[in-house]
Design a protein around this ligand. Structure first.
Ligand code: AOF
Ligand code: ZN
Length: 340
């Protein structure tokens, strides 16, 4: 029997809901009887069934459950949240074996789910494809462990390292990179831009190029320079404005007052309180550099158009402060850095 094979299937199922389960993690589950998958499921949306329950419900002959092994990419929960504990359900059914990808760092669970099952005398194997399972929920784990959102930096630069030409909006990518960016946006819970980007590009920050939910929009506009008729205020998605002037909440438009010093840290503190698990930072240079200088980032995605030379304009940020452990990958014209 190949534990890794079934766990990989759990992960494939979990990823179907990537970006759609906030504030919950993505979780997949398969039920195996005599080497045959007889049921599978994944967590689709916060408030709805957990992966295990969907997998159990999908089994046509419930008689077989007692003789089956249940595989789940994240430790089954032990608490009454929006749904009852999955660990209890597993014990009640009396599965033969439980195989877990990684433990859940949520304080309400954290080892307790595993213990409930073991205490009931059911064999538990954990740590199968553990690293992959942790990566699948890198946003959820970073939020729980570092008490801040998972931070993805993203920008597009020319071959000679500029973000624009003569500080005018400049097309650097093509329609494929645009789709790629919208994909990135649909995966993160929120997306952040600074004043200059909002003023020069008037972005709507939605995922209109692909199917997917719109992320929460975050604007860093210390002096409230962005006019109310700009697209970011069009009401299509929840919007948070970090500024130095006012605090207010008007339906889906939230103004949060912060100090001019330590902008990156201040924003992250508030985003943690607002329970936002991940942020895609799309510029501009000033905003990105704030996070780089404080080493407050987990991934950087740089779209680099080697064929384009702009010769002057806004200099692209540099990851010069990058620690040794940063991992760099390159695929087509996307550079990918990992800092965790
Ligand atoms: C699982 N399977 O599919 C998920 C789990 O409010 P609730 O009831 O939905 O609980 C949310 C918490 O449950 C979440 O923070 C995480 O710790 C765990 N998520 N657990 O066994 C699942 N989504
Ligand atoms: Zn559960």
């Amino acid at each position: 029997m190949d534990h890794e094979f079934y766990m990989q299937r759990c992960l494939d199922l979990a990823y179907k809901a990537l970006g759609k389960t906030y504030p919950n993690p993505i979780v997949g589950c398969v039920i195996v009887h005599n080497c045959e998958i007889i049921g599978e499921g994944f967590h689709e949306k916060a408030g709805e069934n957990h992966a295990e329950i969907n997998a159990i419900k999908s089994v046509r002959n419930p008689e077989l459950l007692k003789e089956s092994t249940i595989y789940v990419s994240l430790e089954p929960c032990s608490h009454f949240g929006k749904t009852p504990p999955c660990a209890n359900k597993i014990v009640e059914i009396g599965f033969k074996k439980v195989v877990i990808g990684c433990l859940d760092s949520n304080k309400a669970v954290n080892g307790k789910g595993k213990k409930i099952i073991e205490d009931a005398g059911i064999e538990v194997i954990s740590g199968i494809l553990e690293q992959k399972c942790k990566i699948a929920n890198k946003r959820f784990f970073t939020f729980q462990e570092k008490k801040r959102p998972f931070i993805v930096l993203k920008w597009a630069e020319s071959g000679d390292g500029f973000l624009d030409q003569n500080r005018q909006p400049t097309q650097i990518g093509n329609y494929l990179t645009k789709q790629f960016v919208h994909q990135l946006r649909s995966q993160e819970e929120a997306i952040l831009v600074g004043t200059k980007t909002a003023l020069t590009d008037d972005p709507s920050l939605t995922t209109r190029e692909i199917e997917g939910r719109n992320p929460i929009r975050i604007l860093l506009d210390l002096d409230l320079k962005v006019p109310e008729n700009f697209k970011i205020f069009n009401g299509e998605a929840k919007t948070i404005v970090f500024n130095t002037k006012k605090n207010s909440v008007l339906k889906d438009l939230i103004f949060v007052k912060i100090n001019r010093e330590n902008v990156a840290e201040e924003m992250l503190k508030h985003l943690y309180e607002l329970q936002i698990q991940s942020v895609l930072i799309e510029g501009g240079a000033f905003t990105l550099q704030q996070f780089i200088n404080n080493n407050l980032w987990d991934e950087a995605i740089i779209i680099k158009n080697e064929n384009l030379r702009l010769e002057n304009g806004t200099k692209a940020p540099t990851l010069s402060s990058k620690p040794e452990k940063v991992l760099k990958m390159r695929q087509n014209f996307v550079e990918f850095y990992q800092n965790f």
